[in-house]
Write a new protein. Structure first.
Length: 64
């Protein structure tokens, strides 16, 4: 994954995280969003597997 592909995901996950922290109410799916944000920011070796899973899930929503 290159920086150009990761930047929009990091921005979206960052905005979601900021909004969740401000509301002071974090649910399970929100915690997953925060964890994904951390993984994309950190660029850990697990990001390749996680990115494939996220891409697969998102492609299911956009499949025509």
């Amino acid at each position: 994954m290159n920086g150009a592909a990761a930047l929009p995901l990091v921005a979206v996950f960052g905005i979601i995280t900021v909004l969740l922290v401000r509301s002071r109410d974090v649910k399970a799916w929100e915690a997953v969003m925060i964890a994904l944000f951390g993984l994309y920011i950190g660029q850990t070796p697990a990001i390749y597997t996680i990115n494939s899973l996220v891409t697969w899930c998102l492609s299911g929503f956009t499949h025509t």
